[in-house]
Design a protein around this ligand. Structure first.
Ligand code: HEC
Ligand code: HEC
Length: 268
C-alpha cells in the first residue's frame, strides 16, 4: 500500500498525524474567524450547536459522551489554539489515510475516533444533528484554508521521547506542577478534567500513548499555576505516570493497525 507512494520521506515526517501524501502540503497561517462572525440563520445555528457539543460534550451530546471530558479539554480554546491539535483547517485535510484504522478516513470517521476513545463514548450517527453541527463548526473554523493545505500549529508539536522515562520521577513532577488543578487523585474538579479513572479517556485514546501525552503536556500544560516550566524529560516522566493510572479499557483495540505499523508506544 505505502509502496505506491512516491514521497516516503514525507510519509515518515507526517506519520504522527496519520497523514500520507505524495508531496508536502502548502502550510498556511492559522487564522480562525472570530466568534462574532458566526452567521445568523440555519447554518449559523448548526455551527453554534457544533461549538456547544465541542466545548461541553457531556451536556450537549449526553447519548454519545462516556466521560467527564469535552473535545475542548484537549483541543484547547474550542479547537482554535495552535499546538493543541486545532480543528482549524481540518475541513481541507480530510479524507486522509488513517494508519490506526488501516484505511482512508473521512472527517466524520476521525471525529468518531475521538468519541469512541478520548470520550470513551459512542459514535455520532452520520445524519444526527450533533454530527451535522460538528461538521458545520469545523467547516466554519476552516474558512479560507485551501483544500489539501495544512495550518501552522496543526497537531501537538512532536517531541523526541527520552530513552528512559521514569514514572517515579513523574509522580514528583505531578505533585509540583499538576496536582493543584487536577487533584491528588487525578479526578480534577468542576473546571478541570480528570486525568485517569472511569471518568477519563480510555486505553485506545491517542492521549494514552507516551509520545502523544508528552507532546500535549509539553506544549500546553507547562508552567501553569505559577509552577516552573517543564523540560521534555519532566513532561515525559509525568505522562508515563498519569497515563499508566487505571482507566477504561478499549474493547475494540485488537482491530487497530490492521495493516501493521503499530507504534512502539501503543498500550496494547
Ligand atoms: C483526551 C484528549 C482528547 C479529547 C477529549 C478529544 N481528543 Fe481529538 N485528538 C486527541 C489527540 C491526542 C489527537 C491526535 C493529535 C496528534 O496526533 O498530534 C486528536 C486528534 C483529533 C482529530 C484529528 C486532528 C488532525 O489534525 O488530524 C480530530 C478531528 C479530533 N481529534 C476531534 C475530536 C473531537 C470532535 C472530540 C470530542 C468529541 C475530541 N477530538 C476529543 C485528543 C483528544
Ligand atoms: C492551572 C491549572 C492546571 C494545571 C497546573 C495543569 N492543568 Fe492540565 N488542564 C487544565 C485544564 C483547565 C484543562 C482543560 C482545558 C480546558 O478546558 O481549556 C486541562 C487539560 C489537561 C489534559 C487533557 C484532558 C484530560 O483530562 O486528559 C491533560 C492530559 C492535562 N491537562 C495534563 C496536565 C499535566 C500532566 C499537568 C502537570 C504537568 C497539568 N495538566 C497541569 C488545568 C491545569
Amino acid at each position: 500500500m505505502v509502496s505506491g507512494y512516491k514521497g516516503l520521506g514525507w510519509i515518515a515526517v507526517v506519520a504522527g498525524l496519520g497523514l500520507a501524501a505524495d508531496q508536502p502540503p502548502k502550510v498556511v497561517p492559522l487564522k480562525p474567524p472570530a466568534e462574532a462572525e458566526i452567521p445568523e440563520g440555519p447554518v449559523g445555528d448548526a455551527i453554534r450547536l457544533g461549538r456547544k457539543v465541542f466545548t461541553n460534550t457531556p451536556l450537549h451530546a449526553p447519548k454519545y459522551s462516556g466521560n467527564a471530558l469535552s473535545c475542548s479539554s484537549c483541543h484547547l480554546e474550542a479547537g482554535r489554539a495552535p499546538n493543541a491539535s486545532p480543528m482549524v483547517g481540518l475541513w481541507a485535510a480530510f479524507p486522509t489515510y488513517l494508519p490506526r484504522a488501516g484505511r482512508v478516513g473521512t472527517l466524520e470517521d476521525r471525529i468518531n475516533g475521538c468519541f469512541l476513545r478520548s470520550m470513551n463514548g459512542k459514535p455520532l450517527p452520520p445524519g444526527s444533528e450533533e454530527m451535522r453541527g460538528m461538521l458545520a463548526y469545523i467547516w466554519w473554523l476552516s474558512r479560507g484554508v485551501p483544500v489539501g493545505a495544512e495550518v501552522q500549529g496543526r497537531g501537538n508539536p512532536p517531541v523526541t521521547v527520552p530513552a528512559a522515562p521514569d514514572p517515579v520521577r513523574g509522580q514528583a513532577v505531578y505533585a509540583r506542577a499538576c496536582e493543584a488543578c487536577h487533584g491528588a487523585d487525578g479526578q480534577g474538579s468542576a473546571e478541570v478534567p480528570p486525568l485517569w479513572g472511569p471518568r477519563s479517556f480510555n486505553l485506545g485514546a491517542g492521549m494514552a500513548r507516551t509520545s502523544k501525552a508528552t507532546a500535549f503536556v509539553k506544549a500546553n500544560m507547562s508552567g501553569l499555576g505559577g509552577s516552573d516550566p517543564l523540560s521534555v524529560q519532566d513532561a515525559c516522566d509525568v505522562s508515563v505516570y498519569f497515563t499508566r493510572q487505571p482507566r477504561p479499557d478499549f474493547p475494540d483495540k485488537a482491530k487497530d493497525w490492521p495493516r501493521g505499523g503499530k507504534p512502539a508506544d501503543s498500550r496494547y
